[in-house]
Design a protein around this ligand. Sequence first.
Ligand code: NI
Length: 168
Amino acid sequence: MNQVANIVKIGDPLLKTRAADIDNFGTRELDELIEFLFYNLDHFHGAGIAAPQLGVGQQIFAYGFEKNPRYPNEKPVPKTVLINPVIISSSDETIGYYEGCLSVPHLRGEVIRPRSIEYQAYTPQGKLIQKTATGFEARIIQHEVDHLNGILFPFRMQSLDTLKYSEN
Ligand code: NI
């Protein structure tokens, strides 16, 4: 579905609600939702985008880019879709980073998160995978899993002192 979505913004109840698990693996309907996610990920220059941000309350997100104008210093991240994801462990080592979100436009704020994570998720064909991620990819996954659980990055900030305006 190549259609520009209205991005759901902070304050909408959909972004505070846990999204529903997906069970329609391998269907055309799921393929179209994945296409919709990637189309809007590129259109809005997201690092990642979760289905609830497009008005779809389901446990799925897409992420990845070659070059991202909103995060110009980051190296490419492979384009990936994760379904029903769960973070199963995370490193003791943490790192702070100024996060942004398409649902929280023009704001950035420092969020401290584990540097590395181990996660499980399903592929579009319904295969369970288990992987590790580190650095910016680990941050994206944690931010997007939060979306699926109804949490936006400002609620992860240790202090609102670092909240600041951003042009993009
Ligand atoms: Ni976000």
